[in-house]
Write a protein that binds this ligand. Structure first.
Ligand code: NAI
Length: 290
């Protein structure tokens, strides 16, 4: 089995490690913060225990999956990897610095990938001596549960790199889709007007949150309404993605961010994770009727 190294043991890195280890790959997760490595390890144990309790897997399988994942602060452990996936903070300069260092450690045929949601792959790849082995592999949160993964070649990416990345991710039982290196790729771009137009309708007084959510679920067949979904993702993250997509499209008004969401984010009304967003998640709070 090939070997995977994951840089960043946060939400996405931990989820990606779980996906690959479940498919039988040996995985090394790296982070600069040892507390986060410990948290990542503890959360994987918790997830495996839950899967055993629910009888989705047996204890022996859970132990095998956990046994395939190593946690380290030392990137030297990357030297035997076939694939490296970076899932660190969404900052171009930091990512470029990390990729430069990683390229010095890994083999010449190691494929190097980024899980970025909003930066251009061409700009990240430009930090590598050999950007032909670099590609975007974009998972959705939570990675173990969301079936779709976008594979995004940069202009510098070799065709074999894209194909190999796609084959590997397919072998992890994910559904892959090829996307061009443009802001938001496919899913996050289609989603912008979904949120943006809902916020504009609310601001124009056309309908309240609960009514818009109700209509999209009951009549539109969506599993969550746009406001419920923004509260689920986090208004801070959702707002930042909109701001980035807006700027990356040369300020095309189709992607204009909303002051309503900006203020929610500034106030700390981030959604479920902070206990309050468009809805109140405090115990006993009553959800407004549409
Ligand atoms: P996170 O904040 O949960 O985790 C990032 C981790 O990277 C932290 O643990 C941090 O200590 C570590 N880190 C920072 N600099 C590092 C370095 N130089 N070397 C090693 N580790 C380092 O972030 P999250 O949410 O997991 O996002 C990671 C990436 O995935 C970002 O590029 C984000 O845009 C992308 N992404 C996020 C999604 C989400 O819904 N959270 C969905 C899809 C992609």
């Amino acid at each position: 089995m090939p070997k995977l190294s994951v840089i960043g043991a946060g939400t996405m890195g931990t989820g990606i490690a779980q996906v690959a280890a479940t498919a039988g790959w040996d995985v090394v997760i790296n982070d600069t913060n040892n507390d986060i490595l410990e948290k990542s390890s503890a959360s994987l144990v918790k997830v495996m225990n839950r899967l055993v309790e629910k009888e989705k897997i047996d204890q022996a399988t859970a132990d095998k999956i956990l046994g395939r994942i190593d946690f380290t602060e030392d990137q030297q452990y990357f030297e035997n990897s076939d694939l490296v996936i970076e899932a660190i903070v969404e900052n171009l300069e930091i990512k470029q610095k990390v990729f430069k260092a990683v390229e010095e450690i890994v083999r010449e045929d190691t494929i190097i990938a980024s899980n970025t949601s909003s930066l251009s792959l061409a700009s990240i790849g430009a930090s590598l001596k050999d950007p032909s082995r670099f590609v975007g592999i974009h998972f959705f949160n939570p990675a173990p549960l969301m079936p779709l993964v976008e594979i995004i070649p940069a202009v510098q990416t070799a065709e074999e790199t894209t194909q190999q990345a796609k084959d590997w991710v397919d072998s992890w039982k994910k559904l892959t889709v090829l996307a061009k290196d443009t802001p938001g790729f496919i899913v996050n771009r289609v989603a912008r007007p979904f949120y943006g137009e809902s916020l504009r309708m609310y601001e124009e007084g056309i309908a309240d949150f609960a009514t818009i959510d109700w209509a999209m679920k009951e009549l539109g067949g969506f599993r969550m309404g746009p406001f419920e979904l923004m509260d689920f993702i986090g208004n801070d993250i959702n707002y930042t993605v909109t701001e980035t997509v807006f700027a990356s499209f040369f300020y095309d008004p189709r992607y204009k961010p909303s002051f309503t969401q900006k203020r929610m984010s500034e106030a700390g009304f981030l959604g479920r994770k902070s206990g309050r967003g468009y809805y109140d998640y405090a115990e006993g709070a009553v959800k407004p009727e549409p």
